[in-house]
Design a protein around this ligand. Structure first.
Ligand SMILES: Nc1nc2c(c(=O)[nH]1)N[C@H]1C(S)=C(S)[C@@H](COP(=O)(O)O)O[C@H]1N2
Ligand SMILES: [Mo]
Length: 316
């Protein structure tokens, strides 16, 4: 976990700018790894975390101002740990995301049950800065650490019948107390069309700000789909299934008129109860916080072709 960093930092994150915390944390990581300063803490990190100082920076990254570590880890949507924004930060502290395995099934040649480490060891870890745009009308810029979803999926050799991919979050109300209340259909599920999943943008995140992923952000592994509303970016994934038919997704089942399967960020397709033309950037003073929503959250060049000939009002 983030033990090394917490011990190293005497400055409170709220007292310095996001970028300087970031550089600070990374510099410390590098030192800690190079000199093994904190042997005990270092030994507690999973082996792959030690590679993180050499992360390459993805060209798909946003160059917008990063949100602070504080904003990113204290303002969350993760209903498994409660429905208010502060709940996940409070209620996920005891969640232990290790060991962790992921079941891969359905239309593929190489299904199985895999330990998380089996994905991470061969993966090319990189840093990708993506803006997460929540359907509620706010956004945040987050420096993720992880690897390409497409690279991971190719390893399972999907068959020609694999038209969609379904993702499922852990179901365990003893570890995820929010599941005791039936506010959503549990377990949380999400899905992508196979060509969306195989696009270069979807990312499997195992960290942020150079640290192992905090529990409230979806530890130990979560999806990030930058051109879609935040709820498509499913957290704490335990299952991946290749399917021939469109999988059911939690928000679509809960409120089909409000949340469609595609959920592409689109300023011209309003939510039935509010406009999507503008968004509020978390962490900025109110007179700077409003910005125009970008079509496909700024990634039209990479993804618009996926929807050629489709009516985006109908397939929202
Ligand atoms: N399993 C699960 N995944 C989830 C959610 C959730 O409640 N449960 N909330 C979604 C929503 S609505 C958003 S906006 C993002 C928030 O991610 P963040 O807390 O890391 O910013 O996670 C998404 N993934
Ligand atoms: Mo969201």
């Amino acid at each position: 976990m983030s033990i090394i960093i917490q011990k190293s930092s005497t400055i409170k994150s709220s007292e310095i700018t996001p970028k300087s915390i970031y550089l600070d944390r990374r510099r410390f990581m590098q030192q800690a790894v190079a000199t093994s300063v904190l042997l005990t803490a270092d030994a507690m990190l999973p082996a792959w975390a030690k590679k993180w100082p050499e992360l390459k920076h993805s060209p798909y990254s946003s160059s917008d101002k990063l949100n602070s570590f504080e904003d990113i880890t204290t303002y969350n949507n993760f209903y498994e740990f409660g429905t208010s924004k502060k709940d996940p930060h409070k209620n996920a502290t005891k969640f232990n995301p290790r060991p962790w395995s992921i079941t891969v099934e359905g239309e593929c040649e190489k299904p199985g049950v895999f330990d998380l480490e089996d994905f991470i060891k061969p993966a090319v870890l990189e840093e990708r800065i993506y803006r997460l745009r929540c359907v509620e009308g706010w956004s945040m810029v987050i420096p993720w650490v992880g690897f390409s979803l497409a690279d991971m999926l190719k390893g399972f050799e999907p068959t020609s019948k694999a038209k969609y991919v379904e993702f499922t979050t852990l179901l365990d109300e003893s570890r995820m107390p929010g599941q005791k209340r039936r506010v959503l259909r549990w377990p949380y599920t999400e899905g992508l069309r196979i060509d969306e999943a195989m696009n270069e943008l979807p990312f499997m995140a195992v960290g942020l700000y150079g640290e192992v992923l905090p529990n409230q952000n979806g530890a130990p592994i979560r999806l990030v789909v930058p051109w879609k509303y935040g709820y498509k970016s499913i957290k704490s994934i335990v299952k991946i299934r290749f399917t021939e038919t469109q999988p059911q997704t939690t928000w679509n089942v809960t409120a089909p008129k409000e949340y469609g399967f595609y959920s592409n960020v689109n300023p011209t397709v309003d939510h039935p109860r509010w406009s999507q033309k503008k968004e509020r950037v978390i962490g900025l003073p109110f007179w700077q916080a409003k910005r125009d929503t970008q079509i496909f959250n700024g990634y039209a060049k990479q993804v618009a072709h996926l929807y050629d000939g489709m009516d985006l009002n109908k397939y929202f």
